[in-house]
Design a protein around this ligand. Structure first.
Ligand code: ADP
Length: 274
């Protein structure tokens, strides 16, 4: 594995303390390789969002450590700098657009970075180009005239214009139609390939992660229960399924792959059919 860009060691997170304490993450150890696409999967409430919010310091560990690109995420750390390096695209990000034009919306972040107008313009145009909404055609338009999928790409451009090294996306394609999803995947792939960006994807969609991710991390009740290449995770999932132990995301994964006629490794299919 290439050098890790995110390293969590014995990371735990509790919401509240005392009698109300809710352990949302328990003793997580993981490494995400620079330039890879990692997917965090698991059912609702398994801790996915809590985990990724540690990657840019929106949450701080209750215990253990998290190091992002050499910088430890903890109270007193330079979280502003960290947030420039780690872009976050939240769920239904298109609802966060607010500026009167596409250009102004994408320029909002860079304008806070004390760059020249010329630099800002270059960054915005590049980001719009990357998401397939060229500035000359779309920059002056109101985001509200665009389709849902296009608006989400404007939100993505806003994150890209900050030139992050790591892009974290929470359920980026929920609510998009098939065409919107396919477009989104194309842009993700090109960003990863052309810009060497590290991508962290939180997803419920097993077909999506099997297509995009290099590594899967499976969370269950706040614990990291499995990790590996998608194929390895499917294999192990099938074995656990056979023993009646599979966590729900893996059952869902196998049936989705079948449903969509996607290749399931032969040995997995055999295990599952037992
Ligand atoms: P996921 O993203 O996998 O759906 P979350 O990280 O949102 O899971 O939640 C993990 C657990 O932490 C859940 O049991 C959830 O109810 C709890 N939780 C999340 N946010 C808060 C909060 N702000 N206060 C208390 N508990 C929370």
């Amino acid at each position: 594995m290439s050098e890790p860009i995110i390293v969590a060691s014995h990371l735990s997170h509790n919401y509240q303390s005392g009698a109300l304490r809710k352990a949302a993450l328990i003793d997580i150890n993981l490494e995400i390789a620079r330039g890879s696409c990692a997917a965090i999967i698991g059912v609702t409430g398994s801790g996915k969002t809590t985990l990724v919010q540690h990657f840019n310091g929106l949450l701080l560990p209750s215990d253990g450590t998290i190091v992002v690109d050499g910088q430890q995420v903890r109270a007193g750390a330079d979280l502003r700098r960290l947030r420039q390096r780690v872009g976050m695209l939240f769920q239904f990000s298109e609802t966060q657009l607010f500026a009167p034009s596409v250009f102004a919306d994408v320029a909002f972040g860079p304008r806070r970075l004390q760059m020249s107008r010329r630099e800002i313009r270059t960054r915005v145009l590049q980001a719009l180009e990357t998401v397939g909404l060229p500035g000359p055609e779309y920059g002056h338009r109101s985001p509200f005239e665009l389709s849902g999928g296009q608006r989400r790409r404007v939100a993505l451009a806003g994150v890209l214009a900050m030139a992050p090294e790591i892009l974290v996306m929470d359920e980026p394609t929920v609510g998009l139609d098939a065409a919107g999803r396919a477009e989104f995947y194309t842009y993700l792939r090109s960003m990863q390939k052309e810009q060497g960006m590290t991508i962290v994807l939180v997803s419920h969609d097993m077909a999506e992660v099997s297509m995009l991710a290099d590594t899967l991390f499976v969370l269950h009740k706040g614990m990291l229960v499995m990790q590996g290449k998608p194929r390895e995770v499917f294999m192990l999932g099938a074995q656990l399924h056979k023993w009646g132990l599979a966590a729900p995301p893996l059952n869902e994964l196998l049936s989705l792959l079948r449903e969509r006629g996607m290749a399931i490794p032969k040995d997995v299919a055999t295990l599952e059919d037992v």
